[in-house]
Design a protein around this ligand. Structure first.
Ligand SMILES: [Zn+2]
Length: 409
């Protein structure tokens, strides 16, 4: 890693440091004191953001939390958001006790992988659905936050967030790989290379689709593949990232996850991986195929994509239009062939919704049961889809008991 960072000590010079402590316990630090101290700056930013259609004007804050709430208060975790949200997160029940840690027996090693740097390699056979690792992000942040231009490009904002972490926590992030080109700020580069998406929908006034990202000491080291062996899921209840096996992983096989939408054609996946994470290319099994086979793979993935694009969220009140069952069967066999297990479970879920509305209740039940088993394997029993599909099953039972046919017919 090309790094110009000090081994320890502050990441900012006193002149760069614009932070201001606004709360002592929990420690909440305003990222940029100019945003409230200087009315002219606030007004200028406000006008600019309103012109751009961005309404939010509140300055971001850094909330620091301890890894172990039973021990002395230490800054092991930083969460970045507006002040009110920081307060809300600090009060979450999951932060008053220790989270369930990673499995006691580790099933992987970090080893060099040709063409990829370091990778996570299975040291024994791992079963589908087995929890491989889980941990809290050391750094987590809402994506769209108000940051003045003089703190962005140079990484001052990110450095300010990491600066008050304990040296161990800070180094667990700063030791991660940096794939950014020369000239790009090192801290910003490390975060962009390593952050994974975090799904938080339960915060007040947070709409579905608002984006969060998190950087993890271990999970961020897992490489990408276009037919991954494992699935990454963010468990909001425990505020932890979790990795589970999507199928049997044999000893010596690499544990991989998806960094991007796998149902896009290879060229588009590569563009996104480069734009979002500086990945020059993908050398996974799928992307290393000869061009004519890659073109066939692309066609299969587009078939899956076309259906999933029309899928509504599980708890949506809207009714999707009907799609012939044959289209689902074709897309499902394409997903099996491509080894995109998570997308396969999404097809089962979407297909079962349409069958409940327009088709066969028996087929809907069969697909729900299969989807639920797969979601339990990829997201665990606390997972959003597993819980929601349990509710779908009880609706099916009620429909059956009352002799009701498909709703939309
Ligand atoms: Zn690939």
């Amino acid at each position: 890693m090309s790094s110009t960072l000090p081994d320890d000590g502050p990441l900012l010079t006193p002149e760069q440091d614009q932070t201001k402590i606004v709360n002592d316990d929990p420690l909440i630090v305003q990222a940029d004191k100019r945003l409230t101290d200087d009315d002219a700056v606030v007004r200028a930013v406000e006008q600019h953001r309103q012109r751009e259609g961005l309404i939010e004007t509140k300055p971001p804050c850094f909330l620091y939390l301890p890894k172990d709430p039973n021990l002395a208060r230490t800054n092991d975790i930083v969460y970045i958001d507006k002040y009110a949200h920081c307060e809300h997160v600090a009060a979450l029940g999951c932060f008053s006790s220790n989270p369930p840690g990673p499995p006691r027996q580790r099933c992987f090693d970090l080893q060099p992988v040709e063409g990829k740097g370091i990778g996570m390699i299975a040291t024994r056979s791992i079963d589908p659905g087995e929890l491989i690792y889980r941990e809290r992000p050391v750094y987590s942040s809402r994506r769209d936050l108000l940051v003045l231009a003089d703190q962005l490009e140079n990484g001052v904002f990110n450095r300010a967030a990491l600066q008050r972490l304990t040296p161990d926590a800070r180094n667990s992030i700063l030791q991660l790989h940096n794939a950014a080109p020369p000239g790009y700020d090192v801290v910003r580069g490390i975060l962009k290379t390593n952050c994974l998406e975090i799904r938080i929908t339960e915060l007040p006034d947070t709409k579905p689709g608002e984006e969060f990202r998190g950087c993890f000491p271990m999970l961020s080291r897992i490489n990408h593949a276009c037919s991954p062996t494992a699935h990454y899921y963010f468990n909001w209840k425990t505020f932890q990232g979790e990795i589970r096996a999507l199928h049997v992983i044999i000893p010596g096989e690499e544990i991989t996850i998806a960094y991007t939408d796998l149902c896009l054609p290879a060229r588009e996946r590569h563009t996104r991986l480069k734009d979002e994470r500086f990945m020059e290319t993908c050398i996974c099994r799928i992307c290393s195929q000869p061009p004519h086979l890659l073109a066939e793979s692309d066609a299969r993935r587009l078939k899956i994509h076309a259906l999933l694009e029309r899928m509504l969220p599980v708890d949506s009140k809207e009714m999707p239009g009907n799609i012939p069952v044959e289209r689902f069967r074709e897309a499902m066999s394409a997903a099996e062939e491509e080894g995109v297990v998570y997308d396969f479970s999404r097809l089962l879920l979407f297909g079962s919704q349409l069958q409940t509305l327009y088709g066969s209740l028996n087929l809907a039940k069969e697909w729900v049961a299969r989807a639920r088993k797969l979601f339990r394997e990829s997201e665990g029993k606390d997972g959003y889809h597993y819980v929601k599909l349990g509710q779908a099953m009880s609706i099916h039972r009620q429909m059956e008991a009352s002799g009701q046919g498909p709703i939309g017919v």
